[in-house]
Design a protein around this ligand. Sequence first.
Ligand SMILES: Cc1cc2nc3c(=O)[nH]c(=O)nc-3n(C[C@H](O)[C@H](O)[C@H](O)COP(=O)(O)OP(=O)(O)OC[C@H]3O[C@@H](n4cnc5c(N)ncnc54)[C@H](O)[C@@H]3O)c2cc1C
Ligand code: FES
Length: 274
Amino acid sequence: MENIYMPLKARVVSVTNETPDVKTFKLRLDNGDGACIPFLPGNFLEVSSFGAGEAPFCISSSPTRNDAFDITVRSVGSVTSGLHKMKPQDIVGIRGPFGNHFPCSAVQGRDILFVGGGIGLPPLRSLIHYMLDNRDDYGDITILYGARTPDDRVYKRELDQWAGRKDVLFLETVDVGSKSWSGRVGVVTILFDEIFVRPKITTAFTCGPPVMIKFVIQGLLKMGFRPDNIVTTLERYMKCGVGKCGHCAVGEKYACTDGPVFTFADIQKLSEKP
Ligand SMILES: Cc1cc2nc3c(=O)[nH]c(=O)nc-3n(C[C@H](O)[C@H](O)[C@H](O)COP(=O)(O)OP(=O)(O)OC[C@H]3O[C@@H](n4cnc5c(N)ncnc54)[C@H](O)[C@@H]3O)c2cc1C
Ligand code: FES
């Protein structure tokens, strides 16, 4: 990208309604050949809804499925509700990809534990697809997912696919069930009682609301995980996305350039606790 502040045009290929307030947008660069952007799981984009502004979103698809790239957006305000009005063929602006990425290569050969909550699944989904597409490079893969209600589960079709795979252990729960829900009810950490992990050879990736992350990390430490084997993402208010404006500062780090991916060991060293 020549000018880091100048958005490129991307065309909406498809829109999937995930939950009443979450949609996934499949995007392709509007540059003639529809080429994708180079990215790694964990990178984020600044996406603009013209006339409403721009906001950061992680890329929720994997670079191994590189014909297009996805963002999954919860409608909470002006930019996100502008995006929610988009239909296939509409144009959005994108800057990026920005930020660091998950340590996809460094954890090769290790067991992997994913713990996702609600709208925290999109960044993990990118890495989950990446690892499933390079399945032989990783040991046991366990995916734990918690949502507020059955309706709030994102990627419902994919969750069923993960549950059906023999090379993955997938368990999920909801905080509050419904008449048609026959699965588990309770917070995501209740799933820890159902899994067997070997903390010394396992790396845990967790994304979700801050309160969930707090209890998940406590649980992982209790299981014997070292802080540098626990990986998460930090969401901060962002503007430039490229380390210039200072909006995303957390202690001496910028979430947009030093992050958004941090190990818990990195977070413990910050002078300001997120
Ligand atoms: C690196 C990164 C990756 C992200 N990935 C995703 C993603 O994949 N999907 C997704 O839906 N969202 C994601 N977000 C959050 C998303 O950027 C915000 O929801 C978005 O900026 C809201 O913009 P808006 O104009 O619609 O809301 P606004 O009109 O700006 O705000 C609406 C309400 O949301 C609150 N709010 C806005 N931004 C944040 C924030 N960052 N943290 C806490 N509260 C906030 C405001 O205080 C206000 O109450 C990510 C954020 C970061 C920093
Ligand atoms: S968003 Fe501007 S410095 Fe991080």
